[in-house]
Design a protein around this ligand. Structure first.
Ligand SMILES: Nc1nc2c(ncn2[C@@H]2O[C@H](COP(=O)(O)OP(=O)(O)O)[C@@H](O)[C@H]2O)c(=O)[nH]1
Ligand SMILES: [Mg+2]
Ligand SMILES: [Zn+2]
Length: 348
């Protein structure tokens, strides 16, 4: 495997690159971090790049390169000019806390490890939110329950999130003792990009460090309080030799759902499956007669909290769509991909 392939340069990207009219004068590179309009690059000679003037004028905010993006650059020594941003295979989008605008957290991630801390109260509602966003992104989610060294019954904990997880794999680990790390690491593979998301202090950087086998990421010891302190200041992309690519994201206080309904229907595949038996095709499962979803909530087959959470996220998606940037319409393809995934899962 060449070094650029080890960075995750698959035919999806090389095919796009080779179709660029001036591809013989350019090189592919992967963005590992971004700060104030300067992009850290891997895979080419230059280590830092800037957008070409033309791109600066053309790109919508959501199209600007982020950690994980593949770009085509021309180089002048250690500096590069980014001439093209290759189409993303996946993108994780959230609604930014203050501006309300869509913000891409990471691009071209294959698997998101959604990390929660086993000792803080596990919040199923937050997990549903992350799962929705990850299914929307086009990547696969894995639920990671970290810090199991601090709990007595890890199996009970896993059982408590199984309904919420749906089709997602659940892995219990401890970044401190290394317990469960073999299972987590078995999900890595060369040329595949994985990333950790979750609230601050759940142990994302500690897990990344474990995998890398060295202290590349800043973590901070915060004594015995459940809440660790936020120490990651920017996203970073790292190659784990022979085992793929890893992107660490900063902790996010809020994760506003912005995007399609495909992710929601995948994260709530249990509700989507029942909805097929509602009397009305466009049933909103609020108060309609013959609603199979409400019936399931009444019998306790479906937890009322989960239904409430579904409604809440759905409203959030609607509100976001009403303000939506037209560029997001490009996500239609990904939405169908994730709906198809849900269908496959349901029919299994
Ligand atoms: N007991 C215990 N503490 C952990 C574990 N993983 C991380 N921590 C601690 O939790 C705090 C936050 O970890 P960090 O990796 O910086 O979290 P991040 O904000 O998600 O990147 C630090 O004090 C870590 O030492 C674990 O598995 N067990
Ligand atoms: Mg961190
Ligand atoms: Zn219904």
């Amino acid at each position: 495997m060449s070094s650029i392939e080890a960075l995750g340069y698959t035919p999806f990207f090389s095919a796009q690159f080779e179709l660029l009219p001036e591809s013989h004068t350019l090189r592919p590179a992967r963005v590992s971090a971004e700060s104030h309009g300067l992009f850290q690059l891997l895979g080419c000679e230059a280590t830092l790049g800037e957008l070409s003037g033309k791109l600066r004028g053309q790109l919508k905010a959501i199209q600007r390169p982020v950690s994980g993006d593949w770009v085509a650059v021309s180089e002048q020594g250690d500096r590069a000019t980014i001439r093209h941003v290759l189409d993303r295979r996946t993108q994780l989008v959230r609604r930014a806390a203050f501006s309300d605008l869509p913000q891409v957290i990471a691009a071209n991630v294959d698997v998101f490890f959604i990390v929660t801390s086993a000792n803080q109260e596990l919040n199923p509602r937050r997990l549903e939110r992350y799962l929705t966003a990850v299914w929307d992104s086009g990547a696969d989610p894995v639920l990671v329950l970290n810090k199991i060294d601090l709990v007595d019954d890890a199996a009970a904990l896993e059982a408590s999130v199984r309904d919420v997880a749906g089709g997602a794999t659940i892995v219990s680990v401890s970044a401190r003792t290394g317990q469960g790390m073999t299972e987590l690491e078995s999900l890595l593979s060369p040329a595949r990009t994985v990333s950790f998301i979750g609230s601050s202090g759940v142990g994302k950087s500690s897990l990344a460090n474990r995998i890398l086998g060295q202290e590349l990421q800043a973590t901070q010891d915060t004594s015995s309080t459940a809440k660790g302190r936020h120490t990651t200041t920017r996203r970073e992309l790292m190659v784990v030799p022979g085992r793929g690519v890893l992107i660490d994201t900063p902790g996010m206080r809020e994760f506003g759902i912005i995007d399609d309904e495909g992710g929601l229907d995948t994260a709530f595949a249990d509700i989507a499956a029942r909805a097929q038996h509602c009397r009305f095709r466009d049933c909103q499962h609020e108060s309609e007669p013959g609603c199979a979803v409400l019936a399931a909530a009444e019998t306790g087959e479906l937890s009322p909290e989960r239904l409430t959470s579904y409604h809440k996220l759905k409203r959030e998606v609607r509100a976001a769509q009403a303000r939506q940037d037209p560029v997001l319409a490009a996500n239609v393809k990904r939405r169908w991909k994730s709906i198809n995934k849900a269908m496959r899962r349901r029919s299994r």
